[in-house]
Ligand binder design. Structure first.
Ligand SMILES: Nc1ncnc2c1ncn2[C@@H]1O[C@H](COP(=O)(O)OP(=O)(O)O)[C@@H](O)[C@H]1O
Ligand SMILES: Nc1ccn([C@H]2C[C@H](O)[C@@H](COP(=O)(O)OP(=O)(O)O)O2)c(=O)n1
Length: 239
């Protein structure tokens, strides 16, 4: 189905397992836009911190690793890549050690400054080259792109999110029980929402979308309708 092309930035925020990555990637692909996974960038810095043997709660040590990590994040929705010094770390950043340590690393103010500047540069280049980009994370509508053309805040019950995440992990060969995943989801929700810098919260002008009883196709359809209603879709010739 041809959906035309996206003009501008769509910001997708929300807690873990609400469907941000899956929906953002599909939305971008169907609208000929770029796609930026900012969570992957915080995960990659966390992996570099763990590999360097630095304590994730040592803010100065973490900031030094972040500056030297050589992080590059791709923005192709069909093939999203994350590299450290040119080496692909796409699989390693999804492991339980990184998931466990990512909250304290992403709460370090200088890490956020560094990554937000990096994200804004990727977004500016994508707008120039492709005209549109879907960006997903925790602070996109509030901090990274406060003037985004459309901001959506995804929510879903914690149990539904834990079930999705546990299934995703076991499908990828990572052992995960729903109970342990639920505990992790709740721990990260609490940490991400209460940190001093850029806490997870909806932007005042965000549209909230509860995905608890939606499947992925339903979430995508709801997002496409919002894009359409905002007039952000430009129909290409022959589209
Ligand atoms: N609306 C949905 N209904 C059911 N499963 C979903 C839905 N959205 C996403 N999923 C599945 O849940 C898992 C986590 O989704 P993901 O997009 O990674 O969430 P997030 O980026 O918000 O953490 C994936 O396996 C995905 O296919
Ligand atoms: N814009 C962002 C994106 C992610 N983070 C932090 C908070 C999250 O717990 C981690 C990991 O994000 P990611 O989206 O990969 O995590 P989940 O897919 O929700 O498990 O990074 C952030 O602080 N700001």
């Amino acid at each position: 189905m041809a959906h035309g092309e996206l003009r501008g930035v769509v910001a997708l925020d929300g807690p873990s397992g609400t469907g941000k990555s899956s929906a953002a990637r599909r939305l971008a692909a169907s609208l000929g836009a770029r796609y930026l996974d900012t969570g992957a960038m915080y995960r990659a810095v966390t992996l570099a911190v763990l590999r360097a043997g630095v304590d994730p709660t040592d803010a100065e040590g973490v900031a030094a690793v972040a500056r030297a990590a050589g992080l590059a994040q791709g923005d192709d929705p069909e093939h999203s890549t994350t590299t450290l010094a040119g080496v692909d770390v796409g699989a390693d950043i999804r492991g339980p050690e990184v998931t466990c340590a990512v909250s304290p690393v992403s709460a370090v103010p200088s890490v956020r400054e560094l990554l937000v500047a990096h994200q804004r540069a990727i977004i500016a280049a994508a707008l120039e080259q492709a005209g549109g980009i879907v960006v997903e994370g925790r602070d996109i509508g509030t901090v990274v792109v406060p003037d985004a053309a459309l901001k959506v805040y995804l929510t879903a019950d914690a149990e539904a999110r834990a079930q999705r995440r546990a299934k995703q992990d076991s499908d990828s060969g990572r052992a995960a029980t729903v109970d342990a995943t639920l505990a992790d989801v709740r721990r990260r929700d609490a940490y991400d929402s209460t940190r001093a810098v850029s806490p997870l919260r909806p932007a005042e002008d965000a549209v909230e979308l509860d995905t608890t009883s939606l499947d992925l196709a339903g979430t995508l359809a709801a997002l496409l309708e919002l894009v359409e209603r905002r007039g952000l879709r430009v129909v290409a010739v022959g589209g």
